[in-house]
Design a protein around this ligand. Sequence first.
Ligand code: ATP
Ligand code: MG
Length: 338
Amino acid sequence: MISLQHLSKTFETGNKKVEALKDVSVEIQKGEIFGVIGFSGAGKSTLIRCVNLLERPTSGKVFIDGTDLLSLNKKELQKIRRKIGMIFQGYNLLKTATVYQNIAIPLQLEGVPANEINERAKKYLSIVGLEDKAKSYPSELSGGQRQRVAIARALAHEPEVLLSDEATSALDPTTTEQILELLLKINRELGITIFLITHELNVIQKICDRVAVMEAGEIVEQGTVVDVFAKPQHPRTKSFVRNKSVFHVPAHIQNELAKTGKLVALTFLGESSKEPFLAAITKKFNIMPSIIAGGIDELKDQSIGNLLVHLRGELEETEKAIAYLKNEQIIVEEVGSI
Ligand SMILES: Nc1ncnc2c1ncn2[C@@H]1O[C@H](COP(=O)(O)OP(=O)(O)OP(=O)(O)O)[C@@H](O)[C@H]1O
Ligand SMILES: [Mg+2]
C-alpha cells in the first residue's frame, strides 16, 4: 500500500546540514497498523511527512498503491492526498470554528455537496463519540475530545490511510488508552491502514502489528511487534523494550547475583509456557533457581511472559539448565554471569 524506498532527507540551514533521513525503506501493507518508534530528533516526523510529500525527500521514492508520488503534478498529487488523512499531537483545529465547522469547512473547500457534508459530519462525529459536541468550540473541549474532533475531520474525507504524528503524546494515560482504542476501531471497522509515529512504547504495544525502530535518521530494526518485543536485537530496541520490562535490573543487584550463578531473562511465547520448567531444571541439574522478577506484556493479539531467574550453581550445571530451557522453546538471554 505505502512503499517508502531508500529515502534520504538533508536539511540545510545556513552552513549547517542535518541528515534527518538516511536510506530509510519501509513497506506498509493494506489494513495494518504500522508504528515507528524513536527518540526526539530521530527523524520520525520527517519520515511520516514524506508519505504525503508535505516533505520532499532529497532522494528515494514514495509509492502509494503503486503510484510514484514524486512523478505527479500538483493536481494529481492533490487527488492522491485525499486518500491520506493526518492527525497531529497539537490537533490543528480552527479555534474560531465549531466542531461541526472544523469538519465541514475542509469538505466545502474540496467541493463536497452540502447534504453529504452534513451526513459525513454526523457519521464521523458519532464514530468518535462526540455527536453532542457539534456546536462546541475547541476551547470548550478536553485534549482527548479535541483529538477526537481531529480524527473525525480526517475520517470525513474517507481516506484509505491515516497518518498519525504523535497523536497521543499530549494526553494523560487514560485518555491515551481511549484514543488508542478508537484508532483500533477505525482500523478494524473502517479498514483504514494506519501509519503512526511515537516515542511511547505503550502505543506500539497496544495497537501496532509491525514496528520499525528509528535512530539518528536510520531504521535500526523492524519486524512484527511480537518478534521485536520477544527478541529485540539492536541496542536501541533493547533500551526501549527492556527499560519498562522486568529485565531492567539495577547494576548492584545484577553484580551481586552474578557472583553465585547466572542471571537469565526468560521470555515465553504461546506454547512455551505450559511446562513446570523450574521444577524440571531443579530436578535434572544441580542448581537452585529463584525468581527475581516477573510480568506479562500484553500486546495487540498476544501476551508475552517475562521472568527473571537466578540460577544458583556451578557454571557447567547452569549451562546445561539453559540448554534445556532453550530446548523447551523458551527464549533465554543471560543478563549476568559468573
Ligand atoms: N524544516 C527543517 N529544517 C531544518 N532541520 C529540520 C527541519 N525539520 C526537521 N529538522 C531536523 O531533522 C531532524 C529530525 O527531525 P524530526 O522532526 O523528523 O524528528 P522527530 O523524530 O520527529 O522528533 P520529535 O520526537 O522531537 O518530534 C532533527 O535534527 C531536526 O532538527
Ligand atoms: Mg516529530
